[in-house]
Design a binder for this molecule. Structure first.
Ligand code: BT5
Length: 246
């Protein structure tokens, strides 16, 4: 294999030199009953973002999908996604990158102090279950690790560009340790997220299923929803796409 993933974290590893999407592989394993598996690939040929968007996944990245079977109310599932962004941002910071979080869960590096940024990592959570119970949950984490800028979209950055190449085995170990810690202590997720947030205090445009709003991002709730002050009212947004305005 291109990477030796002998991990001590409480996850078994399913490694591929090349795979379509680690989330798809993780969903198969989850459907077969697996739990606490970390699916990893050196390269993805069909990496996916949210809303059918494409995720560039050349060799040298950390393309990781974690299968878990959390015993929590489905309404708390967003905390798992926030936990993954906190874990990823922390591992990147330890690698020397000034990683911050853009709501809800993009890991970004500020370019200026005006809220502009380049994207280092993204998270895609998928799950199956009923209204009162989660059957399985897959958290996909894509980190531009040891990749040249020329292989990434223009608005992206990498650990290589920011701080030099990272030992991917050690990096993944740290992501999994932090993710495990926060999934076992969901109360600690939002405070940790707040400490890393780039979005709070920014003027934002948020695209929600029910329409677009513009205002200042003033807080996140205990369940990870963004609170936007439009000047007229405070609107709480559970899910959507957020853009920092300048
Ligand atoms: C995300 O989507 O940010 C979630 C990305 C999740 C990727 C991981 S990799 C492991 C697992 N397996 C998968 O197949 N997926 C997960 P979204 O917020 O929709 O952002 C997608 C947008 O980011 C694209 O439309 C591009 O503009 C941009 N983009 C694409 N590839 C990128 C990259 N490598 N780095 C930074 N930005 C990228």
């Amino acid at each position: 294999p291109a990477v030796e993933y002998g991990l001590e974290a409480p996850f078994s590893v399913d490694y591929h030199d090349s795979v379509g999407s680690t989330n798809d592989r993780a969903r198969e394993l989850a459907t077969d009953g697996a739990s606490d598996v970390a699916v990893l690939a050196d390269e993805q040929t069909g990496g996916r973002g949210r809303l059918e968007r494409e995720w560039s996944s050349p060799a040298g990245g950390v393309w990781l999908s974690i299968v878990s079977r959390p015993v929590i109310a489905p309404a708390r599932a967003p905390l798992y996604t926030l936990a993954a962004s906190v874990a990823t941002a922390r591992a990147a910071r330890e690698a020397g990158v000034d990683a911050r979080i853009k709501w809800p869960n993009d890991v970004v590096v500020p370019v200026d102090d005006d809220g502009s940024y380049r994207k280092l990592a993204g998270i895609l959570t998928e799950m199956e279950g009923e209204t009162d119970r989660i059957e399985w949950l897959v958290v996909g984490i894509g980190v531009n690790a040891n990749i040249d800028d020329s292989e990434l979209p223009p608005e992206a950055t990498s650990v290589r560009a920011e701080a030099g190449d990272v030992d991917r085995r050690a990096f993944v170990q740290r992501v999994l340790e932090e993710f495990d810690r926060y999934r076992n202590d969901l109360e600690a997720v939002v405070p940790a997220w707040r400490d890393l947030a780039l979005t709070l205090g920014q003027r934002v445009r948020v695209d929600r299923p029910s329409g677009e709003i513009v205002g200042e991002a003033v807080d996140v709730t205990d369940s990870g929803a963004l609170v936007v002050d439009t000047g007229e009212e405070q609107v709480t947004v559970a899910a959507g796409d957020c853009e920092h305005l300048r």
